[in-house]
Ligand binder design. Structure first.
Ligand code: ATP
Ligand code: MG
Length: 200
């Protein structure tokens, strides 16, 4: 690198640092946030659990509601339950195309939502994950308005992560951070089976 290039690089970095420092100084509000992880690509649930690990690593308590999932083994749940810092509530009946019974699905949704509401009013929980909640909202098994009310009334330092494809626009509008994960490729489309440790 010539002296000239070195000086130009340094000037650019100084400018960049000033810009970043200014943005950090401007962000002076401290409160819990709503994060939406949506889109058809792989990584929504794993990202949500990455955030739970981050939270628990700092000594906080977290809560996870797993809509849709069923209570088959799931690596992240098996590990995080051992910490004693993460409360789990799983919708026991599994996928809606397995039960094929709308009344059972609605009852199971309402049951698991009770636990969700209780987590959203528990100030000891720094983070609450509502995993795959978008599906029960889209099917109308749970009222979006009710979820919005519970989100609005939650403790001020509590953050919430909502995951699932096709997130309703009202929740996107309400959220503070929204990521739309898009599939560029997925191994399943090439005929590769879902794998323990990778997909669950
Ligand atoms: P993950 O749990 O791996 O983070 P996800 O939460 O983003 O995935 P979901 O829509 O909840 O994705 O689907 C759950 C399962 O479907 C996972 O096993 C995941 O690998 C798989 N999956 C995700 N995206 C795709 C896709 N585009 N095509 C096929 N299978 C997918
Ligand atoms: Mg998921």
């Amino acid at each position: 690198m010539t002296n000239d290039e070195h000086a130009r690089h340094k000037a650019r970095m100084i400018k960049k640092k000033q810009h970043i420092d200014q943005r950090i100084a401007d962000a002076n509000e401290s409160r819990g946030i709503i994060i939406v992880l949506t889109g058809n690509g792989k990584g929504k649930t794993t990202a949500a659990f990455g955030n739970v690990v981050r939270c628990v690593g700092h000594g906080y308590q977290a809560g996870v509601i797993q809509f849709i999932k069923g209570d088959w083994p799931c690596g992240e749940r098996q590990l995080l339950q051992q910490t004693g810092q993460v409360a789990f509530h799983v919708m026991k009946t599994g996928f809606t195309w397995d039960t094929q019974d709308k009344a059972i699905d609605i009852a199971a949704t309402q049951e698991v939502w009770k636990a969700g509401k209780s987590m959203l009013s528990n100030a000891n929980l720094r983070l609450v994950v509502l995993d795959e909640i978008t599906y029960v909202l889209r099917y109308g098994y749970l009222s979006t308005e009710e979820v919005i009310n519970a989100l609005q009334q939650r403790p001020s330092m509590q953050s919430v992560i909502i995951t699932g494809r096709g997130c309703p626009q009202v929740l996107i509008d309400m959220a503070d951070t929204v990521s739309d994960i898009q599939p560029i490729k997925h191994a399943f489309d090439a005929g590769i089976k879902a794998q323990e440790g990778i997909d669950w």
